[in-house]
Design a protein around this ligand. Sequence first.
Ligand code: HEM
Ligand SMILES: *[C@@H]1O[C@H](CO)[C@@H](O)[C@H](O)[C@H]1NC(C)=O
Ligand SMILES: *[C@@H]1O[C@H](CO)[C@@H](O)[C@H](O)[C@H]1NC(C)=O
Ligand SMILES: *[C@@H]1O[C@H](CO)[C@@H](O)[C@H](O)[C@H]1NC(C)=O
Length: 238
Amino acid sequence: MLGLKRLALVALCAIESITPTVSARSLFNLRSIQHDDALDKRQSLTQKYCPSSTPGAACFSEFTVAAQKITYRIAIPEVAAAPFDIYLQIIAPKATAGWAGIAWGGKMSNNPLTIGWALPNGGDGSVVSSRFTSGHSAPGAYSGATYTVLPSTTANATHWQLDVLCQGCSKWANGSLNPNGANAFAWAKATKAVANPASNSSSFSSHDGKAVWSHDLSLARVPQSAFDALVAGKSVGA
Ligand code: HEM
Ligand SMILES: *[C@@H]1O[C@H](CO)[C@@H](O)[C@H](O)[C@H]1NC(C)=O
Ligand SMILES: *[C@@H]1O[C@H](CO)[C@@H](O)[C@H](O)[C@H]1NC(C)=O
Ligand SMILES: *[C@@H]1O[C@H](CO)[C@@H](O)[C@H](O)[C@H]1NC(C)=O
């Protein structure tokens, strides 16, 4: 009896976690129509996403760019302050996201940029590229962050999905993330494919969409053991 109840609760939680409330959803749509390409720091629409494979123990914070259907999910260990490891997942439509990325300090310049795209020729993987720029020009390679591409990284006919562990994305020369609350992040994407998708140092053209959002990392916190299991691609018991 108790077991069933718990199962139902878990199922409910899973549904809730991927379905924004009606009010949040309409607010979001309204905002995205008016401000999709604007820099609106007031957007604060982080959801909690709990994959059914990791019931209860390992949830992600989630932000979806509604107009672009690009989803960013983040998990971090329960730490007090930066630096900390970050599990980042980006899911993006192939047709409209030749590349998509995140700026960890909420602006284009002087913060680590994590960019992803699909492998060429219908390959079943995605590429991560570590970038940084001091201005509004094509960002070059950034060695201050190191990435491990996780096995759940994939791609199919319609989407690419990048799962990475980033070490170096939470703290940089001019800033750091707050693991317990709101952070200004920025997303950017371009429809046009990158020049050489097999290479993480490929050039790519400028964005055709970008905006800042407020991301609540308190929703991304998971126990260190659950974080380690997530990174190792193991399922975690509740
Ligand atoms: C070839 C690559 C890129 C070029 C040429 C480029 C160029 C520019 C330019 C000219 C602006 C200011 C004018 C405008 O608002 O459009 C800008 C703003 C911006 N870019 Fe880029 N960009 C590139 C890549 C990126 C990447 C990879 C990201 C993040 C992942 C990014 C994030 C932003 C953001 C958030 C802004 C607005 C806020 C700010 O000014 O910092 N850009 N970019
Ligand atoms: C730090 O910020 C200052 C002022 O905005 C800028 O001039 C400098 O280049 C930045 N340094 C780095 C490494 O981002
Ligand atoms: C590309 O991958 C290599 C090997 O993992 C790494 O050393 C390098 O920093 C990466 N470059 C970029 C731009 O991400
Ligand atoms: C394609 O991949 C995306 C991202 O992993 C996934 O959400 C979607 O369900 C996949 N589509 C099919 C038909 O498997």
